[in-house]
Design a protein around this ligand. Sequence first.
Ligand code: SF4
Length: 157
Amino acid sequence: MFPCLKKEKYSEKEYNAAVEKMNRAMESRFAAVPFNERLIFVPQCLRNIGKCKATECGSYYICMECGACKVGPLAAKARALGYKGFYILKGGRTVEKLLKELKPKAILGIACYFEGFQGFKEGQKHGVIVQFSPLTKDGCVHTDLDLEETIKVIEKY
Ligand code: SF4
């Protein structure tokens, strides 16, 4: 389930390959988990910071679907399907906190490949099925994703 990478440092190519391998391996198991047992995590760098109306709750935000960025349509889709939760994370450590609190059976992480890799590690530690959907532009602010492709992953069933 988890590729054995033993070096200290990995290249971007190695992270990407490992994440894609784990994603394929877990795809059918993710699809078999009911929506109400799944959480979605998105990074805060996707928000339109100047206009964002998200509610801040400690280590994460809850999207108010204000329409100023692509997170809104994703949150609306997750809500319509009955997902257990949709969280805009301030940092990777919040993943473990929410896994412990909410005990989902599966998580969908929308992130850069490096954070996706960390998400698979966290999922393995907690026995949670993970699915990953990559950002099309990463960085610390103004990141981007393919809305249509990401919604397809949210809808996987
Ligand atoms: S859609 Fe959500 S995350 Fe995006 S700017 Fe509005 S409240 Fe913030």
